[in-house]
Design a protein around this ligand. Structure first.
Ligand SMILES: *[C@@H]1O[C@H](CO)[C@@H](O)[C@H](O)[C@H]1NC(C)=O
Ligand SMILES: *[C@@H]1O[C@H](CO)[C@@H](O)[C@H](O)[C@H]1NC(C)=O
Ligand SMILES: *[C@@H]1O[C@H](CO)[C@@H](O)[C@H](O)[C@H]1NC(C)=O
Ligand SMILES: *[C@@H]1O[C@H](CO)[C@@H](O)[C@H](O)[C@H]1NC(C)=O
Ligand SMILES: *[C@@H]1O[C@H](CO)[C@@H](O)[C@H](O)[C@H]1NC(C)=O
Ligand SMILES: *[C@@H]1O[C@H](CO)[C@@H](O)[C@H](O)[C@H]1NC(C)=O
Length: 506
């Protein structure tokens, strides 16, 4: 009987739903989106591949023009783009230069907007983001050759990848920064030089996006721009940080580690006596039950630090204990995406997860023909993450959630924090703690709980959890490791559409 009733109910819901089909909703959204774009953008010349070709009036721009048909190993036209080195200031004696690669928007992309993408590290190259995350062509782990990226962020707008700070990738000069404010000042100095050459980009709506250690870079750069109005001729709208470093290691690695292992018990496959050791460690260090006890919605005051210390106490390095044990039984264990097992996937950028690179093939951006195609210095040995210290004495800045992030959220139109649920190097519970301990818009943390199954991706369905309050939207992406646009490109694309105001709902 119950079965029959529910059957009828389902049938009725089915009939209801048929009144507007998903295809119709999609078509309407498409039409609305196209209308929006028509209203905003004067139609520029379209190249053979449908990519918008911006004409830059400064003759110096042509020195940076990249022939999209001549990118080594890429057997399709990536369209026009511009790449090369530019200094971080206009000083005559300036010796420091950053490497950039700029792409104009694809056919549906907006000409009013400009995204800046940076990877983290510190010292890791943004060309990783370009080639493996959100660029127009993609050559990801285990893939034999480059392919068109269907979820390229050039479908949204122009994008510039910058290898920064000084010491990263192809960039030139001696690093001397002491903290994130120094980093922001040099990056803004570079952008000023860039806008002199590519002056048609002045005044664009600007978005700063990055992952991992860019959880430090991005908020500090955005804060610097907001606090120095008039320095940069761009109209900063919002920031994206994914799997970000925004708090201390205790919070982002050690408090969440035991919960994480319990949740993914069968993926880690740790033996039971070791699991007992972990439980005892978490209890004695004040990590067990931390989430249940302190991470409430709303919070009841500042969140305590276990052991009252921002550094991991003796015998409390539970993250490291788990990592070592995981590697012992799964030598292919990848802290950036826990589902990986043998074989270790080949990486054309020579950074195959948690392990030493032992491949014999050349690293893509270290090839002479690649360097020549993109105006990169041929005498620089390119590695994905730099061997030199980009903060020679370390980064003296406090975690961004303790300092500038609230101001950045308050001054932005929209801000997103995104976290992959299969990332072990920085865990989503750490982001939750950081958010609940942060005061912005006059209140501490989210006031109402993050509902499960609240992140829905068009055409895919429930893809994790999402919560939106006072200008900040937080996403947790199911099945994604550390690099969200690489592991869940469709989710990343939708989140970026929301950040940029191209869709109303998160
Ligand atoms: C695109 O712009 C570049 C540089 O301004 C120019 O050399 C090229 O001919 C243009 N291509 C098309 C298809 O308009
Ligand atoms: C350039 O010269 C100025 C003034 O002499 C000096 O303060 C600055 O440190 C120099 N910059 C570099 C990068 O050498
Ligand atoms: C991006 O543009 C390409 C080429 O026009 C298209 O095939 C693809 O479907 C677009 N992707 C999205 C997510 O709009
Ligand atoms: C929460 O913020 C306070 C400062 O407002 C800080 O003292 C405390 O260490 C933070 N707690 C965590 C868990 O990061
Ligand atoms: C942390 O500091 C508080 C206040 O100073 C104190 O009451 C508490 O006992 C300390 N906890 C530990 C584990 O040291
Ligand atoms: C259980 O795992 C721990 C941690 O990796 C290891 O040291 C120990 O030898 C394992 N015990 C058994 C019986 O496999």
């Amino acid at each position: 009987m119950l079965y029959l009733l529910s059957f009828i109910l389902i049938a009725m819901i089915g009939i209801q739903a048929r009144q507007i089909t998903p295809a119709e909703v999609k078509a309407r959204q498409r039409r609305a989106y196209e209308k929006l774009l028509e209203a905003r953008i004067p139609t520029p010349p379209i190249t053979s591949t449908g990519i918008k070709n911006i004409t830059f009036s400064n003759p110096k721009a042509s020195e940076f023009w990249v022939d999209g048909t001549a990118i080594p190993e890429v057997d399709f036209d990536i369209g026009p783009s511009w790449a090369g080195l530019l200094p971080i200031s206009g000083a005559q004696n300036e010796t420091r230069e950053l490497f950039f690669w700029f792409f104009p928007p694809a056919a549906q992309g907006s000409l009013d907007d400009l995204i800046f993408w940076t990877n983290g590290g510190p010292g890791c190259s943004s060309l990783e983001g370009l080639l493996q995350e959100n660029g127009p062509f993609s050559w990801s782990w285990g893939t034999g050759a480059p392919i068109v990226n269907q979820f390229s962020w050039t479908n949204l707008s122009s994008i510039i990848y910058i290898e920064q700070p000084v010491g990263t990738g192809f960039s030139r000069g001696t690093p001397n920064i002491k903290n994130e404010d120094d980093l922001a000042a040099q990056l803004v100095g570079f952008l000023q030089q860039f806008l002199e050459v590519f002056s048609e980009l002045k005044g664009k709506k600007f978005y700063i996006a990055g992952e991992s250690y860019a959880g430090m870079y991005v908020p500090y750069i955005a804060n610097f721009i907001f606090e120095n109005p008039g320095m940069l001729d761009l109209n900063l709208q919002g920031t994206w940080i994914s799997d970000p470093s925004i708090t201390t290691n205790v919070v982002s690695q050690n408090i969440p580690a035991l919960n994480f292992v319990n949740k993914y018990e069968n993926v880690f496959a740790l033996n039971s006596s070791f699991k007992q050791t972990l439980q005892a460690t978490a209890e004695s260090c004040g990590y067990a039950d931390y989430m249940e006890t302190f991470v409430t919605y709303p919070p009841t005051g500042p969140l305590p630090l276990p052991g009252n210390t921002t550094t991991v106490s003796r015998n409390c390095g539970i993250w490291r204990m788990i990592f070592n044990a995981a590697l012992l039984i799964n030598p292919a264990f990848n802290e950036y995406r826990i589902f990986d097992t043998f074989p270790i996937l080949w990486d054309v950028l020579g950074f195959p997860g948690s392990f030493e690179d032992i491949q014999v093939s050349p690293i893509y951006f270290d090839r002479l023909d690649v360097k020549q195609a993109i105006h990169a210095p041929t005498d620089v040995a390119w590695t994905e993450c730099s061997n030199v210290r980009v903060f020679p004495q370390g980064d003296a800045s406090q975690p961004s959630s303790f300092t500038v992030l609230p101001n950045v959220i308050e001054k932005s139109r929209r801000s997103v924090i995104v976290h992959g649920l299969a990332d072990f190097i920085l865990m989503s519970d750490g982001s939750r703690i950081a958010i609940q301990n942060m005061t912005w818009g006059g209140m501490q943390g989210f006031q109402t709980p993050i509902q499960t199954e609240s992140f829905v991706v068009d055409g895919m369905g429930v893809m994790g959890n999402m919560h939106n309050e006072r200008g900040l939207t937080y996403y947790e992406v199911a099945l994604s490791g550390h690099m969200i646009p690489q592991f869940s490109p469709k989710s990343a694309f939708q989140i970026m559409q929301y950040l940029m105001g191209f869709r109303e709902t998160p």
